[in-house]
Design a protein around this ligand. Structure first.
Ligand code: BLA
Length: 503
């Protein structure tokens, strides 16, 4: 690969990764006619792996033995999608054979199996206990922490990360389990282009991919492909991977990589990303186990997310009532505003709050300078009665550039215009929040010229989220609106009480 990688990011997404025309050489591929079983193409070191000297023009039975060839036929008959065929141990190596149908062609893949046999009962037992552990976790973060541990136990890789896709296809490492001495990527965020769109689409269809040796030399299909349509390797375990990504892994000091899709409701929610310092295989049985475990993880992610959004709704309701009750209590709103600000901040998980009440200002958390808040409040009043909700304040209010670290996100609510009475919720710029969570960037220095590494990707992500905050959810904006109604009602009632007292 040339030193001058063309890092045009559109080009990344255009690379046709499903038709590389070659495989990773830890295994071998045989392409045969569906009806005659005659082998037309092959890739990889067949002589070494299968102990056969000639294969083109022979049948699958001659090269793989008849029982295996029969099973290939059965597996792919009557529209079967294909799958595991069996073990081939003729040449002294223990090889797993899998096959699938591609139009009129049979695609047979042969690769090293587990070095020591793992009884199905042991694998199933491990999966069962991992899934039970997933179910016992109490929230999404705890689930992901547990998942990193269980996937590392299953695969034996040095670093296992739960990588979650965020807004704009960017992603973050939200949980990690690492071997001693392995650098951490916890809390690192990455731009969407690190895993381009066509790769994400492929990973919804093909749930596990492995790169057992990042130093491999691709083995091309032979003889050279003559068909008008290149062989689609979307479903091939041995598919040779993008050279750009190989460079990325090498720059990262990784010897082997594997990743497992976490698909929730048909969408790619995240990946279990596994790294090993040395080359490392992830044989068929382990991949099947990892697929099953990732399916269970995805279902638990959904359950946790649903439970969390339900809890969130209940919590918001409870807080609304509390805040409103406080505002209606003796002493009225004014005497309760200072503690109220902190409560309002927590309610909408903001990083700061300002309450503007007449000429008084009540503050909580991280907020812009006081004179900036006053100008901002004037601007919000001028926007009209609808709440102002933005995750990129400086794009609509350029003066916010000066304090975007603490207030790139704004939810501004005018409760009443005449006094005036406003609540401003602030959310910090995303990079700032990541810094608060522990700046992962301090750990390792970037070498000169290392363009394709997670650390320079982290920098790229930093640049793309300048001036951006976490979005306000509809539930949060709704809660703010209900709060306004509640406060107005409470004030109305207090006025009446005060009036009655005076009369
Ligand atoms: C694929 N990129 C991937 C994959 C991951 C990442 C996990 C899946 C393949 C695998 O399992 O190894 C990204 N890996 C990461 C990230 C971390 C990690 C973010 O460990 C963080 C710790 N990649 C780039 C750029 C391009 C690019 C700039 O950084 C484009 C020019 C391309 N990445 C790229 C492509 C693939 C990929 C094309 C698909 C590889 C394939 O399946 O053939």
């Amino acid at each position: 690969l040339s030193e001058n990688l063309d890092l045009d990011l559109d080009a990344c997404a255009r690379e046709p990764i499903h038709i590389p025309g070659s495989i990773q050489p830890h295994g071998a591929m045989l392409i045969a006619d569906r009806t005659t079983h005659e082998i037309t193409h092959a890739a990889g070191d067949i002589a070494r792996l299968l102990g056969r000297e000639r294969w083109i023009g022979r049948t699958l039975g001659e090269v793989l033995t008849d029982p295996l060839a029969d099973r290939v036929a059965r597996l792919t008959q009557s529209g079967g999608a294909g799958g595991y065929v069996g073990r081939f141990a003729d040449a002294g190596l223990d090889l797993d054979v899998a096959a699938h149908l591609d139009g009129e062609r049979l695609v047979v893949e042969v690769e090293p199996g587990l070095a020591t046999a793992l009884p199905a009962s042991a694998l199933l037992g491990q999966l069962e206990s991992a899934i039970a552990a997933f179910e016992r976790t109490s929230n999404l973060q705890a689930l992901c922490d547990r998942a990193a541990i269980e996937f590392r136990r299953l695969t034996g890789f040095d670093r296992v990360m739960i990588y979650r896709f965020l807004d704009d296809d960017a992603g973050a490492v939200m949980a990690e389990d690492v071997a001693e001495g392995m650098p951490s990527f916890l809390n690192h965020h990455f731009p969407g282009s690190d895993i381009p769109a066509q790769a994400r689409a492929l990973y919804v269809r093909n749930l596990v991919r492995v790169i057992p040796d990042v130093a491999y030399v691709p083995a091309p299909l032979q003889p050279a492909w003559s068909g008008a349509v290149p062989l689609d390797m979307s479903d091939c375990a041995l598919r040779s991977v993008s050279p750009v990504h190989m460079q990325y892994l090498r720059n990262m000091g990784v010897g082997a990589s594997a990743s497992v899709s976490i698909v929730k409701d048909g969408l790619l929610w995240g990946l279990v990303a596994c790294h090993h310092r040395q080359p490392k295989l992830m044989p068929y049985d382990l991949r099947a186990g990892a697929r099953a475990l990732a399916g269970a993880l995805a279902r638990q992610v959904r359950a946790k997310e649903e439970a969390e959004s339900f809890r969130e709704k209940i919590r918001l309701r409870g807080l609304e009532e509390e805040v409103i009750a406080r505002f209606s209590a003796a002493g009225g709103i004014e005497s309760n505003l200072t503690s109220g600000a902190a409560e309002l901040q927590r309610a909408l998980s903001a990083d700061g709050v300002a309450i503007v009440s007449g000429s008084a200002l009540h503050l909580s958390g991280a907020h812009p300078p006081v004179d900036e808040i006053e100008a901002l409040a004037d601007w919000i009043v001028r926007q009209g009665p609808e709440p102002v909700a933005t995750d990129r304040l400086s794009e609509v209010y350029p003066l916010a550039e000066a304090f975007r670290d603490v207030a790139s996100g704004l939810l501004g609510l005018v409760v009443s215009r005449d006094e005036p009475f406003l609540v401003l919720w602030f959310r910090a710029e995303q990079v700032e929040v990541v810094n608060w969570a522990g700046n992962p960037h301090k750990a390792v220095d970037l070498g000169p010229g290392e363009v394709l590494t997670p650390r320079s990707s982290f920098e790229a992500w930093r640049e793309t989220v300048r001036g951006r905050a976490r979005r306000w959810t509809l539930a949060e904006i709704d809660a703010a609106l209900r709060l306004r109604e509640g406060v107005l009602d409470a004030r109305g009632r207090r006025r009446l009480i005060d009036l009655n007292l005076r009369l």
